[in-house]
Design a protein around this ligand. Structure first.
Ligand code: ADP
Ligand code: ASP
Ligand code: MG
Length: 417
């Protein structure tokens, strides 16, 4: 919330995700909730996502035309999902007699860089939103979208509406941003995959950033980054109840004292493994491959380099990328291998499982316990990375859920009730 002394009102910042605005009945419920705050005298800055699986449907349409659709036009297409929602939510509010107005990302002052599909926010100019609050009680901003310096529509990456909401909160000077979703908070792992997951009442920015980056889909990583940068507390809560949810804030000192090294377990099913085989074993080859990927806007993770090939002076390399970038990666890698030689394969049937906790690096035996639990689910570990705050393994996706459950139990995270 932020108190506006000049105009003597306070602004509440809320975001409603895809499920929360999934159909007209749900939009009616969202409008009721927003009006509850308006009736208490607040102004409300609302961000909405596209309805239900709308973004997936739009992407599927584009893929019917090409497996590698133009990234610029894909952004134009995907951004229409949020534009539908802002209009419908605003219409519903107006229908209820509440003064509301919709804003596209551009109208709300979102300037981004030009990375189609993964744009970063450069600046949010809240002028038009603040101006609107002179006349309206609710502004409804399209999540996930902005505009670059050339006027192109951009999107912030899948799940990016969370980031829109936190960026608005930061631009308005609000200290809290409410994220309404289909669970009643943040859990030790995805509660839709592991029923025994435990709700976390308070979590530190650093741990949440790590979990979100490693695939805990409940928050977009950039939203957590933004919140930490601007000191905004994120309150993740259910759009189906008024119960308090989970708070993401700066509480590191309290966490370090706990005796449990692992705070949460994340599973990322959205990655693919790339294997480069029999590429020349000489300086500059990795640089060339990754430069081509970088130019195509693809970032690689979990890179294993220097695995010896069968033939002398040839080597193998493996790394992971986002699954939805696989076709673009195929194009980029093919053109490099055409000149340097070698071949490659992409395996989309993998998953990355990660344990996260501020004390992971300082607690002996965490990695061994992860490996043991994963093997108890008969999953073979293909790749490993570790850091001070996490241990990640890549395994086959058909073993992922069993491995997730085993690791979750191993670290004593199952709820006691
Ligand atoms: P929205 O459309 O509201 O943004 P998302 O599907 O993007 O909703 O995010 C909410 C989902 O995140 C939940 O339904 C849950 O399945 C998933 N999720 C993954 N990890 C977690 C976690 N650690 N805690 C809570 N939810 C999680
Ligand atoms: N509609 C976008 C998506 O499905 C953004 C979001 O929901 O946060 O990824
Ligand atoms: Mg989301």
């Amino acid at each position: 919330m932020v108190a506006n002394k000049e105009h003597n009102y306070s602004i509440i910042v809320q975001k409603y995700g895809g499920t929360s605005v999934g159909d007209i009945e749900r939009i009616r419920k969202v409008a009721n909730r927003i009006s509850h705050y308006v009736e208490k005298g607040h102004k409300v800055a609302v961000t909405v996502s596209a309805m239900g699986a709308m973004t997936d449907r739009l992407v599927a349409l584009a893929k019917e035309i090409s497996t590698r659709p133009s990234k610029r036009e894909l952004d134009v297409l995907m951004a229409t999902g949020e534009q539908q929602s802002i209009a419908l939510v605003s219409m519903m509010l107006l229908h209820k007699g509440i003064k509301a107005r919709s804003f596209t990302g551009q109208q709300a002052g979102f300037l981004t860089d030009s990375r189609s599909g993964a744009a970063r926010i450069i600046e949010v100019n809240p002028k038009s939103v603040l101006e609107a609050f002179k006349e309206f009680d609710v502004v409804v901003v399209a999540g996930f979208q902005g505009v670059d310096e050339f006027g192109n529509i951009t999107t912030l990456g899948r799940g990016g509406s969370d980031t829109t909401a936190v960026a608005i909160a930061a631009a308005l000077g609000a200290t809290e941003c409410e994220i309404y979703t289909d669970t009643d908070g943040i859990y030790t792992t995805d509660p839709h995959k592991v029923q025994t997951a435990t709700k976390i009442d308070n979590i530190d920015y650093d741990e949440m950033l790590e979990l979100a980056s490693l695939g805990a889909g409940v928050l977009h990583p950039r939203a957590v980054w933004y919140a930490r940068r601007y000191g905004v507390v994120i309150h993740v809560r259910s759009s189906f109840s008024y119960a308090k949810g989970s708070l993401v804030s700066d509480i590191k000192e309290n966490i370090v004292k706990t005796d449990k090294p692992v705070t949460g377990v994340a599973l990322d099913l959205g990655i693919a493994r790339v294997d480069l085989l029999e590429v020349p074993d000489k300086p500059g080859i990795a640089a060339e491959v990754f430069a081509a990927l970088g130019e195509a806007g693809i970032s690689a993770d979990m890179i294993i380099q220097g695995v010896p090939g069968d033939e002398a002076s040839r080597q193998q390399m493996a790394f992971t990328i986002d699954k939805d970038q696989a076709e673009y990666a195929t194009e980029a890698i093919s053109s490099v291998l055409d000149t340097i030689g070698g071949h490659f394969s992409i395996d989309k049937n993998i998953a990355k499982l990660s344990v996260v906790g501020i004390a992971v690096g300082s607690t002996p035996g965490v990695a061994a316990r992860v490996f043991k639990a994963v093997s108890s689910a008969a999953a073979n570990i293909q790749m490993i990375t570790t850091s001070e705050v996490r241990v990640s393994v890549v395994i086959a996706d058909d073993k992922a859920k069993a491995a997730l459950k085993a690791v979750h139990s191993e670290f004593d995270l199952d709820s006691k009730s």
